[in-house]
Design a protein around this ligand. Structure first.
Ligand code: AMP
Ligand code: MG
Length: 348
């Protein structure tokens, strides 16, 4: 199948909507990352998503709609969900609610709940309105790889597997949506994202963050969110996080880098803008500005993809505090690194 990357003109959006109605996949720009969309109520179409990504069938999908009203046929919407939606939707928040029977099992991986999001990107909203469909869409990457934040990333992973990718420019947030479940007693963040726990507390009296957000699942532990089970976002080489006081982190990163080269390996340091000058003469990539975490979330996946493409053997990354948006950034970086961390303060 020929894959076209189209500017999101009204004509292209009509063509993409027709493809969705026809049971085909479409690459969709959103403010979080690019999605691989299919008509959510068409089981055969949804199966194509799992095949194209190589996604395990037990990892459920997020259903995208243009408004809360459009979600009414799909799920039971509580007052809490309405309050969250009134404050944060459209936006990078996915709400898990009890499903209604119309949602195919393949979408929810047989769970009794369904994940729903109203994206804020104008092209995604235009496509949802034009098609009149609920659209199931995970991130449009090959399973396990960093999520795509440009149409070119989607083309790289999905060329030949779908007829149309709409090019809506770089994804603004750059990380997947915050996933919150309202299925239990206390609203619980299963995956941190652009809507931080601090922001959620502006609307909710209490919010929990799932333990597994910043650590690997223990043997025998059941994932509340099946997506948390898998190694994710990972470049091909070995990524290690280096934490501690800035000067110690820089010393350890440089030592590790030199040792890697001496060992005949290719290596790269991932550093914040504020520290780039410390690594002069070394292969170093900016992961944004430490003082402005939005710049980090915006470019993190693009940097991981670049390193994957380059085939870099060893990567050493600075880290930031897991607070505010930093929680989502550290969740993704930890998974990309398989949780490998060196404490530079202990290396003295
Ligand atoms: P992705 O679409 O690739 O961004 O992944 C969607 C995320 O939402 C994954 O981590 C899923 O496991 C999670 N998710 C989707 N639906 C549910 C659900 N009903 N219950 C719990 N987690 C879900
Ligand atoms: Mg994904």
């Amino acid at each position: 199948m020929e894959t076209k990357v189209l500017k999101p003109t009204p004509e292209a959006i009509r063509e993409a909507a027709a493809a969705l109605r026809f049971g085909e996949l479409v690459g969709i720009p959103t403010e979080t990352v690019y999605g691989l969309g299919a008509h959510a109520l068409d089981e055969a179409a949804v199966r194509k998503i799992f095949a194209a990504k190589g996604r395990p069938a037990d990892n459920p999908l997020i259903v995208h709609v243009a408004s809360l009203e459009d979600a009414e046929p799909l799920c039971h919407i509580s007052d809490t969900a309405r309050a969250l939606a009134a404050r944060f939707c459209p936006g990078p928040l996915t709400i898990i609610m009890p499903r209604k029977p119309v949602v195919p099992d393949v979408v929810t991986a047989n769970l009794e709940t369904v994940a729903v999001r109203i994206p804020a990107h104008p092209v995604a909203l235009a496509l949802l309105r034009e098609s009149g469909l609920p659209v199931a869409a995970p991130s449009a990457n090959t399973s396990g790889k960093p999520s795509p934040t440009t149409a070119q990333h989607v083309y790289h992973d999905m060329n030949g597997k779908l007829p149309i990718i709409l090019d809506g420019g770089e994804s603004q947030v750059g990380l997947e949506s915050t996933v919150i479940t309202l299925a239990g007693d206390i609203p619980t963040v299963l995956r941190p994202g652009g809507i931080t726990p601090e922001m959620l507390l502006e609307v909710l009296p209490e919010v929990r963050v799932a333990d597994s957000v910043l650590r690997p699942l223990q043997a025998g532990e059941k994932a509340l969110s099946p997506g948390m089970m898998y190694q994710h976002y990972a470049p091909g080489g070995l990524l290690t996080m280096v934490k501690g006081k800035a000067e110690n982190v820089q010393r350890v990163c440089k030592d590790l880098y030199r040792a890697a080269l001496a060992d005949g390996k290719t290596a790269c340091i991932l550093a914040f803008d504020e520290h780039l000058s410390a690594y002069e003469g070394m292969d170093v990539l900016s992961i944004g500005c430490l003082a402005d975490p939005e710049t980090v979330s915006h470019k993190l996946f693009a940097v991981l993809r670049e390193l994957d493409e380059a085939g870099t053997d060893l990567m050493f990354s600075e880290v930031l505090p897991a607070e505010g948006l930093g929680l989502a950034i550290m969740n993704r970086l930890s998974r990309a690194a398989g949780f490998r961390t060196i404490d530079a303060d202990q290396e003295d």
